[in-house]
Design a protein around this ligand. Structure first.
Ligand SMILES: [Cu+2]
Length: 154
């Protein structure tokens, strides 16, 4: 009987830990992948990354089973030309947000394994330096159905 009671106690103590594990310090909202022309080899992903913890979160990369490669880029203007630069990592300070949006930081999804249509769901795993990865699902959307804020100059 004593052993049984101990077991119940351990179970009760373990439960909050399980709930906490699902509560990732990185919160991702308004995520989407912008639909491209048929057979586009590169698509852009946008989202809001929010760090709810007291420590800087460093994102070290991302993967998706539907793309050969996923990178983070920053768009910048050089000599009147829009260019993008690959970011090896993205840092989000404690309690701050990083907005991935057109004309700024964005996710670049390269070489899809199949053609993607608006409405398709794409799992993306975001890796952090704490080895605490987070998998999200991004929906492919037409450019005008995405974030409220638009910065299209094409
Ligand atoms: Cu890019």
């Amino acid at each position: 009987m004593r052993i049984y009671q101990t077991f119940i106690l351990i179970l009760a103590m373990a439960l909050p830990a399980v709930i906490f594990a699902g509560n990732h310090p990185l919160h991702i909202s308004q995520g989407m992948i912008q639909a491209g022309p048929p057979n586009a080899q590169v698509l852009a992903g946008y989202m809001i990354l929010e760090n709810s913890s007291d420590k800087t979160i460093v994102i070290t990369g991302a993967t998706s089973p539907l793309f050969k490669q996923v990178e983070f880029h920053q768009t910048f203007t050089e000599g009147g030309m829009m260019r993008m630069r690959k970011q090896e990592q993205l840092s989000i300070p404690a309690h701050k947000k990083l907005i991935l949006k057109p004309g700024s930081y964005h996710m670049m999804l390269i070489n899809p394994t199949r053609s993607l249509q608006p409405g398709d769901q794409v799992p993306v795993t975001i890796k952090t330096s704490s080895k605490n990865s987070l998998t999200i699902t991004l929906t492919v959307k037409l450019p005008d159905s995405g974030m409220q804020e638009h910065h299209h100059h094409h």
